[in-house]
Design a binder for this molecule. Sequence first.
Ligand code: G16
Length: 513
Amino acid sequence: MKYSYGTAGFRTEASLLDAAIIGSTATAALRSLELKGKTTGVIITASHNPVSDNGVKVIDADGGMLSVNWEEKCTNLANAESKSELELLIKEYIAPSTFQASVVIGMDTRPSSPRLSELAKVILDEMSACYKDYGFITTPQLHWIVKLINENSSYSIPSNPPPLVLYYDSLCNAYCNVFSASTILHRPILTVDCANGVGSLPLEELSKRLKDYIDIRLINNDSCNYKYLNNGCGADHVKTTQSPPVNLVDKMIPNQLYASVDGDADRIVFYFTDKEKKFHLLDGDRISILLVSFLKILVQKSRLPLSIGVIQTAYANGSSTVYLNDLGVQIICTKTGVKHLHHEAQAFDIGVYFEANGHGTVLFSQDCVKKLWNPPTGISDTETNAIVVLLQLSQLINQAIGDALSDMLAVLSVLGSLYCDAKGWLSMYNDLPNKLVKVKVADRSIFITTDAERRLIKPVGLQEKIDDLVSKYEKGRCFVRASGTEDAVRVYAEASTKKGAEELSAKVCSLLK
Ligand code: G16
């Protein structure tokens, strides 16, 4: 087995993952030593993948994804063929240090997760690292914890780890503050499909804590029965099939809002049916546009000189990009993978990044937060109120990584503030019909892309054939890229009609065979 650090770390069939766990855990400890004992994280999850898979990802000390220059070292550690080779690499990657490594670990609810987590602890013991095991936890919660520990000197591992309750306090306080500052009138109803994953636990907690503000109803929240995990449910299923999850088929109440999170609760998509029972998806592009529209209004009202940028990937629907252009915000297109989007978003005072699959967040730069905390004197009530809401949103929205739970609350607060319902949200623009499919190929590594994954360089000649097909469809667009989390190639096609998008997709898929 040759591992390679992909879109979200290592991900494969769970029984093949041991060496990847060893390499990733060693990386987390080494990275912590390099940063003089700052805390890093190891999260064991395969998110949207089937239950037989598992995965592991290292969380860097800022709470974000592992620094890119450590990905190669992590891959080498995972691919070490013997204990002595591993030890040699460890010596090569770290200078002698008087610090002790500090690592937090956590896992999703897959049956293979506890054993892999135990294996990670064996490595941490061997490397004399101190650690705290948070057990079942969502990926964004662990990212949030890492960021908190390193930003707040009162916490330390293992003597004073922050309790998870702080995450709920922070989210709920910020939501209630946005609620009060924004004159939100009604108590929204939201039914959430939890993918039968680890997100069920915190969603239960939030529904209890926020019951006076939101009526959160949970379905597919059986996190104990792992055979149901991501099975016909969850954000990935809803986004790719553009249809409701199990237990909602033919049961959706027209014009009521629904949401699905994925297996580790780092993505969310919303949806509803109209009176004619037509299903409408409100995906990551739409979340991004809703949030950026509101943020733009607030920034204008605040009269503060704050730049806003939106980061998308090639999967963003063409209509969403046109809408953003008309809105007058700067748009950047990056490769798939949160690490790429997150990096670009950091260039703005307010950087909004979402993948169409529902993965994303809004970053407020340190400089921006400083301006919000210290507004100019003598400003109007309108300006003050806009600044207060911006500040509360910066606390509500997870600043470490995309988080389905904080995104869910942000969307509800923005809808409430704009007196907007699901129909109004959908009416902001019309999606171009599109189709996303997975194709099994013998070797996905031969598909090499360029231009933010919008064009293929290899296999030679294939892109020209795709271009030729695309030119036959009005508003046609299509790209092919190898997945970084599954053994498959993804084909995305869009055109001015549903028939056109489906035909284009089918024709490009047959080229791959
Ligand atoms: C991970 C990444 C996302 C990416 C998704 C699919 O999500 O964090 O950035 O969009 O995989 O990636 P790919 O198309 O390369 O398989 P998750 O939610 O599965 O962790």
